[in-house]
Design a binder for this molecule. Sequence first.
Ligand SMILES: [Zn+2]
Length: 137
Amino acid sequence: MDKATKPIPIVNPWARPFWDAAREGRLIIQKCKECNKNIFYPRIACPYCFSDGLEWVEASGKGTIYSFTVVENNAPSAFIQDMPYVVAIVKLEEGVQMLSNIVGCDTRELKCDTPVEVTFEKLNDEFTLPKFRPVKD
Ligand SMILES: [Zn+2]
């Protein structure tokens, strides 16, 4: 049997800047020029006021864990080698939420509201994934 490989993101044209920035180690999100709200995930129009006047802004990369789960058991897949791993919703300082992984931590010590910061994990030459790790005191 072939060794399973991890799926790569499917990129819509309007989300391309997000992935280009991630490859450069930068986290960017969209901001609506009409109503000033921050937006994530990438869209073609503002979900609040429907304006298509969106711009990209640099995010701080800092946030807190809103919710998470620790995956300790899984069907055979390319993710087996990562177990246990953490799937989390991270609430960025900018107010948007991002589904990602928490890395570089003891999974037994994670709590909601833990401060985290972005870190980048290179998947291949095209994709780098923004992940998060607890902020060290
Ligand atoms: Zn708007």
